[in-house]
Design a protein around this ligand. Structure first.
Ligand code: PEP
Length: 250
């Protein structure tokens, strides 16, 4: 059975002291969590966050990484750098990075390969825009994004890749995909993975839903057959609210 991973994405929010306060509040609230708890914090919060989650089950992730090890890439951070300080997870190809920082399916593929080589746990984001959805292209878009992201990986590597299906129109808008819609698209993605890598591999891939998840809708979404937890933006900024999402099944 696949485990559920509930991952927060703080985006560009929280100073180190705010991160520390957050983890002090969250840790006791999720002590008995049955789901994997991850928070993807800004680079400047990584070290403080790692220090403050020691002895808890909370895992820390970054929100991006470069695919090269080092070099003349001003402002970038490599996977090796994340690994060196003990970061466990990394988000790759978030729609905001695709939209504002020219990330492409090809750079996502390169980053994913590098993350897996370094044994970082990658969360690869895919999802369609409102326009693509309204013109009936949602499935085609997520298929292309998924196939290119996974290009050149072996079955074992595909199994270790976490995918977050995040319809762009649902991110930060308060509009959530219906549980049936989200489940159907995630099933579709799993089916496409099965066509290339076989059923066992497809069944082992954790596929999250993301897009305005909150404590009031987490349970109905995460109880669906193919939704393996969520990637949570806004609602991960408050420890109390995020803990309710994590503990949706308690
Ligand atoms: C996200 O940032 O990945 C996200 C899903 O944001 P929100 O939950 O705020 O829609």
């Amino acid at each position: 059975m696949r485990k559920k991973i509930i991952a927060g994405n703080w985006k560009m929010n929280k100073l180190p002291n705010e991160a520390i306060d957050f983890f002090e509040e969250l840790a006791p609230l999720v002590k008995n969590a049955q789901n994997e708890v991850v928070i993807c914090v800004p680079y400047t919060d990584l070290f403080y966050s790692l220090m403050h989650v020691q002895g808890t089950d909370i895992k820390i992730g970054a929100q991006n990484m470069h695919y090269e090890e080092k070099g003349a890439y001003t402002g970038e951070v490599s996977g090796e750098m994340l690994k060196a300080i003990g970061v466990e997870y990394v988000i790759i190809g978030h729609s905001e990075r695709r939209a504002y920082y020219a990330e492409t399916d090809e750079t996502v593929n390169k980053k994913l390969k590098k993350a897996l080589e370094l044994e970082l746990k990658p969360i690869v984001c895919v999802g369609e825009s409102l326009e693509q959805r309204e013109s009936g292209k949602a499935k085609e878009i997520v298929t292309t994004q998924t196939k290119i992201a996974l290009q050149g990986l072996n079955n074992n590597e595909v199994s270790k890749t976490i995918i977050a299906y995040e319809p762009i129109w649902a991110i930060g808008t308060g509009k959530t995909a219906t549980k049936e819609d989200a489940n159907e698209t995630i099933k579709w993605i799993r089916g496409k993975i099965e066509e290339i890598y076989g059923k066992d591999t497809a069944d082992s891939v954790i596929i999250q839903y993301g897009g305005s998840v909150k404590s009031s809708n987490a349970k109905e979404l995460f109880e669906m057959s193919d939704i393996d937890g969520g990637l949570v933006g806004g609602a991960s900024l408050k420890a109390d609210e995020f803990s309710k999402i994590i503990n949706y099944n308690q």
